[in-house]
Design a protein around this ligand. Structure first.
Ligand SMILES: Cc1ncc(COP(=O)(O)O)c(C=O)c1O
Length: 465
C-alpha cells in the first residue's frame, strides 16, 4: 500500500504539471486531473505547479507569443490560451473560450494627476466578454470541468463570477448553478446570469454564507465548483500578468495595484509574475498591492498587525469580518478564501495591503470616468489606493504604476447615477432611507433639464464652460 503511494508520488513529481498543497508542512502532490479544490490531506490551499523550462526556452516562448498576436487560430485569439505553454492542459484539448483577455492598457492622465503622479496606466479587465476579469479564469476552469466530465458547474458570487461562469457554461453546454446573496448583487450582473441560462439560487445571507454553502454542495461528484479556491481559475487569471508584460514590452512596472475581495485575482497575479521571473522573462517582481474597502478589509487588518519583513511562515489564520459592508458590492467579502496566497504575493513582492473609504472609492471612480474609461466601484479602489500610497511615499512620483480595473462601468449603473445626482447613501445599501448620510460627490455631473429649443441648449452649454 505504502509502495503504491510512493510510486504514485514519484510519478506525479515527474509530470509536466501537478497540484501541490502550499502548506510548507504538507506539500502533498496530486495529479492534474484529480478533482480537488483543497488538499485532501491537510485542507490547505492547492496550487498548480507547471514545470517551467530554461531561459533559453523562454526567449523562444516570448517570440512564439508575439507571432500568435496575428494568428486567426481560436486559441491564439484568446488572451489566455495564447500562453498555453504555461497552462496545465495538454496540447490539443478542446477549450471553452469566448476570446477572453486582449484587454487594453490605457494611459489615464486625469486619474494620474488625481493620484499625484505624472503617469498612470489602467489595465481594463472589464473589457472581457462578460465585463469582468473573471473570464480569464473561467475559460480554464470550465475547460477543466469538461475534461473531468462534470455535468454541472457552480459558484458562489457577488455577481461577476456568476455572470462569467454562466456564460462559459452555456458555451460548454453544461448546467450552471450560482449562489448569490439575496438583494446584494447589482441588477446588471443578475441580468447576465439570467440571460446566459444559469439556475440562480438567491440565498438569505451574505457572500460568505454562499461560499460556505457552495463548498458543501460541490462535495457532490456531479458538481464542479468554479470559485477561485479552484486552482484552475488561478491558472487562467495568472495569464493577465503575461499579457500585461507583453503589452509593456517586458518592462516591469514598479507597482501593480488590485482590489481585494476573495483574493483570487491578487493570488493569480502573484503567481503569474513569479512564473515569468522563474523563466527569466522578467528579472524582478512588481510590487503587488491590494486595496480593500474599509468595511470589508480582513486582510488589511491582518497586514497592519504583521511585521512584513518577518512574516515567514505566513500566519495560520485570518480573523474574518463578520458583517462586511461596502457599496462596492463585488468586494463585500469578510472571509476571503485565497487570503494566504494573496498575502504571499504581497510579501514576496514587498507590496502593501491597505483600505480606502466609501467616499474615496466613489470619487476615484468618477475620476476614472473623466478619463473616458469608467469602471465599476470595486475597481476604483485601485485608483483611490494609489492616491493614498503616493501620499504616504510608498509609491514615488518617478515610479511606474499599473492599476488593474476589474469590472466594466455598466456593471453598476445605479451607483453611477446616484453618485452624480448626490443620492448615493453612505450606508451599506444603495436603497437606504432618504435621511441616510450621502456620499458628497466631488466630481458630480448632474443631468440638466433643458427647454426643447436651440437657444436653451446653447445657453446651457455656455453655462457649463
Ligand atoms: C469587479 C470586481 N473587482 C474585484 C473583485 C475581487 O476579486 P477577488 O475576489 O479575486 O479578490 C471582484 C470579485 O468578485 C469583482 O467582481
Amino acid at each position: 500500500m505504502m509502495d503504491r503511494e510512493n510510486n504514485r508520488a514519484a510519478q506525479r513529481a515527474s509530470e509536466a504539471a501537478v497540484q501541490r498543497c502550499i502548506e510548507p508542512a504538507c506539500g502533498a502532490l496530486y495529479g492534474i486531473r484529480e478533482r480537488l479544490y483543497v488538499c485532501a490531506r491537510c485542507n490547505g490551499p492547492l496550487e498548480i505547479e507547471c514545470r517551467l523550462g530554461t531561459s533559453e526556452d523562454a526567449a523562444q516562448l516570448s517570440k512564439k507569443w508575439e507571432v500568435r498576436l496575428a494568428s486567426p487560430d481560436a486559441r491564439d485569439r484568446s488572451g489566455v490560451w495564447r500562453y498555453r505553454e504555461l497552462l496545465p492542459f495538454e496540447e490539443g484539448v478542446p477549450i471553452v473560450t469566448l476570446a477572453e483577455g486582449n484587454t487594453p492598457v490605457y494611459d489615464a492622465p486625469l486619474s494620474a494627476q488625481y493620484c499625484g503622479l505624472p503617469a498612470l496606466r489602467l489595465k481594463h479587465q472589464g473589457c472581457n466578454p462578460t465585463g469582468s476579469f473573471k473570464d480569464a479564469g473561467m475559460t480554464a476552469a470550465v475547460t477543466q470541468a469538461v475534461l473531468l466530465g462534470a455535468r454541472t458547474v457552480a459558484c458562489a458570487s457577488t455577481g461577476n463570477t456568476a455572470a462569467s461562469l454562466a456564460a462559459y457554461a452555456a458555451r460548454a453546454g453544461l448546467q450552471c448553478a450560482v449562489l448569490v446573496p439575496t438583494g446584494q448583487i447589482t441588477a446588471a450582473k443578475l441580468a447576465q446570469s439570467i440571460d446566459y441560462g444559469a439556475v440562480i439560487c438567491e440565498i438569505e445571507g451574505n457572500f460568505d454564507d454562499c461560499m460556505r454553502l457552495i463548498q458543501e454542495v460541490s462535495d457532490d461528484p456531479s458538481i464542479y465548483m468554479a470559485n477561485s479556491i479552484n486552482p484552475f481559475r488561478i491558472e487562467g487569471q495568472k495569464t493577465v500578468a503575461f499579457e500585461l508584460m507583453q503589452q509593456c514590452q517586458w518592462r516591469v512596472p514598479d507597482h501593480i495595484v488590485v482590489p481585494g475581495g476573495n483574493m483570487g485575482n491578487s493570488s493569480a497575479l502573484g503567481k503569474g509574475f513569479g512564473e515569468l521571473r522563474g523563466l527569466g522573462l522578467i528579472q524582478r517582481l512588481p510590487k503587488i498591492s491590494i486595496v480593500q474597502a474599509e468595511g470589508a478589509a480582513p486582510l488589511a487588518r491582518l497586514f497592519a498587525g504583521l511585521d512584513a519583513r518577518r512574516a515567514v511562515p505566513l500566519p495560520d489564520s485570518l480573523v474574518p469580518v463578520e458583517n462586511p459592508q461596502t457599496l462596492a458590492t463585488a468586494i463585500k467579502i469578510g472571509s476571503p478564501v485565497s487570503w494566504k496566497k494573496a498575502l504571499r504575493a504581497v510579501l514576496e513582492s514587498s507590496g502593501q495591503v491597505l483600505t480606502v473609504s466609501e467616499q474615496e472609492i466613489a470619487d476615484a471612480k468618477a475620476m476614472v470616468g473623466r478619463d473616458g474609461i469608467g469602471c465599476e466601484p470595486a475597481s476604483a479602489t485601485t485608483v483611490a489606493g494609489i492616491r493614498k500610497l503616493t501620499a504616504t511615499g510608498h509609491i514615488r512620483r518617478e515610479e511606474s504604476v499599473v492599476a488593474i480595473l476589474t469590472g466594466h462601468m455598466l456593471k453598476d449603473p445605479d451607483y453611477v447615477n446616484q453618485y452624480h445626482r448626490g443620492t448615493l447613501p453612505l450606508g451599506s445599501t444603495t436603497h437606504g432611507p432618504a435621511t441616510a448620510p450621502r456620499i458628497a460627490g466631488a466630481f458630480r455631473n448632474v443631468p440638466k433639464q433643458v427647454a426643447a429649443t436651440k437657444s436653451a441648449i446653447l445657453e446651457c452649454l455656455q453655462r457649463q464652460e
